[in-house]
Design a protein around this ligand. Structure first.
Ligand code: CMC
Length: 428
């Protein structure tokens, strides 16, 4: 597999030879497995320099701002393909032919409705529950409904679970919104495409026809595409780790949703809007930029920076263009939050601190602006990220099961108390 070897010198021991592997693209990796035989582990908090798996799905070059799905650049996919074509690509490795596309779209369409008993599950939540809280619960609960697709060792079961997750997640997402505003749940309308159907279930009501603006539907489809996958990010790694135990796909995707919720990850799009609202006026931007630069202040500019991208985020470029299209279509020119966002972007791009630390606006900075313009409430932003990312989670989960990966079980550097005897309660 490799003819390159790294030699590691360990004080007091013979040196260890560690094989080096090369991928198709990207940096070589050193296989450190032999270290355990020497009673040692590697130490890499935050997995900054650890490749935890082999994968053929997505490639990122953060220094050059490159994102490829199965080899295809994200800007080409976002501008030339529909979301469900990208889903097919992520799941099966190749773009669909016309016939394959029609069959796949039809299959997803067939699975859009959820079991009627799921309506009752929603009723157990408070009306003011955060929709991500509902999504964590309801997606996990799908495993209690679809018993016929839970055998993870059966390729057909895995495929049906993938179809169900991709098809039902927009339905559940829209239900979590409808529940919070006290409107009746909308059944999916299978005459509509994926993005249109989501908008119909979000904004439609049973008394009127849904009039879906094609520009907005196209933007929604692009938002899903731009979030479809992103290599071994925190939520995908969570899904892989949960999946490595043999847990069922619905439970694994629920774990991904939970990991996505945090403001350092998918929760950032919601946090961007909250931050813009907190800034409140262009005149206060300098104050917030100063806070972001202050080492003693935990405040960060939400929507800026990325663990991997140290150049621009290629998703952000397409997202910014989409934001322009949506705002033009909706005739939004003088929104005060938008004004703050534009000015903040300009200032951060010129500021020495942000330039030196390579902190560029990321995908979440612009997606929040589009979603707000479309009329999506802030609390639904991360849910929409989850809808788009479901296919990525499923593709990675499937790849991992197919590769017969071992259970994920990291080790640690223990810095707690050494062994000691337990004192009786009156001696503590
Ligand atoms: N505002 C101000 N300073 C920042 C920011 C920011 N948004 N992001 C990073 N820094 C500073 C940080 O303080 C550190 O400074 P120093 O070297 O002086 O200690 C330096 O830049 C490196 O930061 P880090 O925390 O070591 O970087 P990381 O790779 O661990 O974190 C990040 C990446 C995305 C969590 C972080 O940039 C951040 O918190 N950004 C804001 C939240 C956000 O927008 N997240 C969405 C990411 S894109 C969507 C997704 O894929 O989930």
């Amino acid at each position: 597999m490799t003819d390159k070897i790294a030699t590691l010198n360990i004080p007091g021991q013979d040196s260890v030879e560690l094989p080096i592997y090369s991928g198709t693209l990207g940096p070589d990796v050193i296989d450190v497995g032999a270290l355990t035989k020497r009673g040692m582990f590697t130490y890499d908090p935050g997995f900054v320099s650890t490749a935890a798996c082999e994968s053929k799905i997505t490639f990122i070059d953060g220094d050059k701002g490159i994102l490829l799905h199965r080899g295809y650049p994200i800007d080409q996919l976002a501008t030339q393909a529909e979301y469900l074509e990208v889903c097919y690509l992520l799941l099966y490795g190749e773009l669909p032919t016309q016939a394959q596309k029609e069959e796949f779209v039809e299959t997803i369409r067939y699975h859009t409705m959820v079991h009627d008993q799921i309506n009752n599950l929603f009723k157990g939540f408070r009306r003011d529950a955060h929709p991500m809280a509902i999504m964590c619960g309801v997606v996990g609960a799908l495993s209690a409904f679809y018993h016929d697709s839970l055998d993870i060792n059966d390729e057909k079961h895995r495929e049906i679970a993938a179809f169900r997750l991709i098809a039902k997640i927009p339905t559940l997402a829209a239900m979590s919104y409808k529940y919070s505003i006290g409107q009746p749940f909308m059944y999916p309308d299978n005459n509509l495409d994926y993005a249109e159907n989501f908008l119909h279930m979000m904004f439609g009501n049973p008394c009127e026809d849904s009039n879906i603006n094609p520009v907005i539907a196209k933007a929604m489809d692009k938002i899903f595409t731009l979030h479809a996958d992103h290599e071994q990010n925190a939520s995908t790694s969570t899904v892989r780790l949960a999946g490595s135990t043999g847990a069922n796909p619905f439970a694994c995707i629920a774990s991904g949703i939970a990991a996505l919720w945090g403001p350092s990850h998918g929760g950032a799009n919601e946090a961007v809007l909250s931050m813009l609202e907190e800034i409140g006026d262009v005149s206060r931007i300098d104050e917030f930029v100063a806070k972001a630069k202050d080492k003693n202040d935990p405040f960060r500019l939400m929507g800026f920076g990325h663990r991997v991208y140290k150049n621009f985020d290629p998703r952000a470029k397409v997202m910014k263009e989409t934001a322009d299209d949506v705002l033009k279509e909706l005739g939004i020119t003088d929104d005060p939050l938008l004004e703050i966002a534009k000015r903040l972007e300009e200032i951060a791009l010129e500021d020495e601190y942000f330039i030196e630390k390579k902190l560029y606006p990321n995908v979440d900075f612009y997606s929040g602006i589009i979603l707000k313009a479309i009329g999506i409430p802030t609390s639904m932003f991360t849910v929409i990220f989850a809808v788009g990312r479901t296919v990525g989670w499923v593709a990675h989960w499937n790849e991992m099961i197919g590769d017969k990966s071992r259970i994920g079980r990291p080790r640690q550097l223990y810095t707690g108390e050494p062994k000691r005897d337990m004192p009786a309660i009156d001696k503590r």
